[in-house]
Design a binder for this molecule. Structure first.
Ligand code: PHE
Length: 342
């Protein structure tokens, strides 16, 4: 090794070993390896070294750098250890004292409800789909059997965009998109954001979340729909709940229903949550209308299906006992931090 390097090595190694404290060690490090340190200066002189010696010289400097760095780290560790031991023996550090509690983030109640549902439906062979928030009028209305003059459009106050498109008022347009994309039979759920130009109050939001469900297969009946909903409820509520169907009208299903579930708070006896009826209105649903299947490119003579539209805020409100829908998007951490069922 180059004698200059050799003596530098001896000198710095010695300094590292004899440094009495961390402070001095830092100083040694700076003088040896820092920007203006001895090794850096040597590397700068590389240009003056005869070309044939240059590679060997460069390598020797780098090797020394690696060696010294390792020494420095080892010595630093020694200081750290003895510092810790000193603190422990001084007795001013109590290792048994509990740490500072810290407030970790947690999942938004809507995310929790959605994830639970997705898990349950994936288990039943459904695929979870996504669709655009900005939607064509065709998918949101016409293909769902809601032509331009249909009164049902009025119940879905729509945010229209200047280009004639709209913010989807429900997740149902993805029914058509799914039929276009997949060969039946298939099962799909579509959790997602929806928008309606509504006056906001404790139970109405202009931005809300739904989960569409759609099954297309041969010979699907209302029994399949009921079975699916009961299974889903059993998984989510961890017990069996009765459901009942009342007639409901939606242009894209025939027959259409409102599905009610036994009130989980009073088990059907009647309480303030279910307004003494013993039932809670859970979701609208029905058998997919033949003309909707046709719009999706399917032959209604061959294919049948059921669909449902679950309001996710509604479900979260019922299962967490939340009474104002505006809290979901209010961004108040005091509200959000109350829900950590997992
Ligand atoms: N899309 C309907 C709504 O938002 C709900 C629905 C979905 C009804 C599927 C029936 C079947 O009002």
């Amino acid at each position: 090794m180059n004698p200059e390097l050799e003596s530098l090595r001896t000198q710095i190694t010695e300094e590292i070993h004899s440094a009495p404290d961390l402070q001095t060690l830092k100083e040694v490090e700076r003088r040896a390896l820092g920007k203006k340190g001895a090794l850096t200066a040597l590397l700068r002189q590389l240009g003056k070294v005869p070309a044939e010696e240059r590679p060997a010289f460069g390598k020797a400097v780098n090797d020394l750098k690696v060696e010294l760095t390792a020494l420095l780290i080892a010595r630093q560790e020694e200081f750290r250890k003895s510092e810790l031991e000193a603190r422990l023996t001084r007795g001013d550090f109590d290792p048994t004292e509990p740490g500072m509690p810290y407030d970790g983030g947690r999942l938004h109640p809507l995310t929790q409800v959605t994830e639970d549902l997705v898990r349950v439906f994936l288990g039943m062979g459904f695929a979870a789909l996504d669709g655009p928030n900005v939607e064509f009028e065709y998918y949101n209305f016409d293909a769902l059997n809601i032509p331009g003059d249909h009164p049902a459009r009025e119940s879905q106050d729509t945010f229209w965009l200047d280009d004639g498109n709209l913010l989807r008022t429900h997740t149902s347009p993805v029914q058509i998109r799914a039929m276009e994309k997949f060969e039946p039979p298939f099962r799909a759920i579509v959790p997602g954001r929806c928008f309606r130009n509504e006056a906001v109050d404790a139970s109405h939001e202009h931005t809300f979340y739904q989960m569409e469900g759609l099954v297309v297969d041969r010979d699907i009946s209302v029994a399949h729909l009921i079975y699916t909903m009961k299974t889903c409820l059993r998984e989510i509520m961890k017990r069996d709940l009765e459901v009942r169907l009342r007639p409901g009208f939606f242009p894209f299903v025939e027959p259409g229903f409102e599905l009610d579930v036994t009130c989980p708070f009073c088990e059907g006896k009647g309480c303030s949550v279910c307004k003494q009826t013993g039932w809670i209105e859970l979701l609208p649903c029905g058998m997919v209308h033949p003309s909707v299947l046709r719009h999706g490119g399917l032959d209604p003579e061959e294919w049948t299906g059921f669909a449902f539209g679950l309001g996710l805020q509604r479900l979260a409100m019922v299962s967490f006992g939340i009474n104002d829908i505006r809290d979901f998007t209010g961004g108040d951490v005091r509200f959000l931090s109350q829900f950590y069922h997992r």
